[in-house]
Design a protein around this ligand. Structure first.
Ligand SMILES: [Fe+2]
Length: 276
């Protein structure tokens, strides 16, 4: 029997009674329905193989190769995210939407835990539909029909800062523009689609005003009542809708607390649509 336990009032559900080894259309449709409803799903004790991880991801669409990070040798579509035992930092450590600087940013991510520290490194998620609904009406009016520029930070931000992450040799930087308010292609809901990691400027707006509005929006997006938090255990899987959420991996690896432990995750990303 499928059981769904909500993680917060804003988004996120921990699901039991679904086996992720089963990538049949029927099972995947069930997962997608839950995903559209809760935006991020967590499953524990799912000892899936890399092949099963890939099979599951294939349901959602074409798999994406990360622009800067080298995939695993045998499974190039899987990026292994490793935080070394004494590293303070881990990948994806401030609020963001994955690769929003791409023309077609990631649709869905399936992240599987391999090795988890006893404390630290929880993942936070935030609901960008609620962020849109609750945004100040004057700001809504100013950003209506406007686009913003999203820029990648180059390979250094993805590889050099993180000792265990290996680049794929690409050093180019990318910029693309997307609507600030995008519409979810499956649910039709409006989403506040800027993020403090990659969004640089509102187009057709004076620089000072753009900075001022983006600063206000980023602050609004940080509201804790839009979030949920997942404490990982080994062999857990998170599946999230990267179109309607933001996330961050908390870097609370402080000496005497979370430092001195390795954290390993396997990530597969599914390519999305061009935001409209
Ligand atoms: Fe991320």
């Amino acid at each position: 029997m499928v059981e769904v336990k909500l993680l917060s009032g804003a988004l996120g559900a921990e699901v039991t009674g679904i086996n992720l080894k089963d990538s049949s259309n029927e099972n995947c449709k069930k997962i997608n329905d839950l995903l559209l409803e809760h935006k991020v799903l967590f499953f524990r004790n799912q000892n899936i193989t890399s092949e099963e991880h890939i099979n599951l991801a294939n349901f959602f669409g074409p798999l994406e190769r990360h622009v800067y990070v080298k995939g695993r040798d045998k499974y190039p579509e899987i990026v292994r995210i490793i935080k070394g035992p004494n590293e303070k930092h881990q990948w994806g450590e401030t609020w963001h939407t994955d690769v929003s600087y791409n023309v077609r940013p990631t649709k869905v991510i399936i992240l599987r835990s391999i090795k988890i520290p006893p404390v630290g490194g929880d993942t936070m998620f935030s609901n960008m539909e609620v962020a849109y609904d609750t945004l100040d009406e004057k700001i809504k009016e100013k950003i209506k029909n406007k686009k913003a520029i999203h820029s990648s930070l180059g390979a250094a931000a993805f590889v050099e800062k993180y000792k265990e992450m290996e680049g794929n040799g690409n050093l180019d930087e990318y910029s693309n523009q997307h609507p600030i308010i995008r519409t979810h292609p499956e649910t039709g809901k409006k989403i506040l689609y800027v993020n403090s990691m990659y969004t640089k400027k509102i187009l057709d707006m004076d620089q000072n005003e753009s900075e001022d509005i983006l600063k206000k929006i980023f602050l609004h997006q940080e509201r804790l009542d839009f979030t949920c938090r997942f404490k990982w255990t080994e062999n857990a899987v998170a599946i999230w809708d990267n179109r309607s959420t933001q996330h961050q991996g908390l870097t609370d690896f402080f000496p005497g607390r979370g430092l001195g432990h390795e954290r390993i995750m396997d990530r597969i990303a599914i390519e999305g649509d061009q935001p409209i």
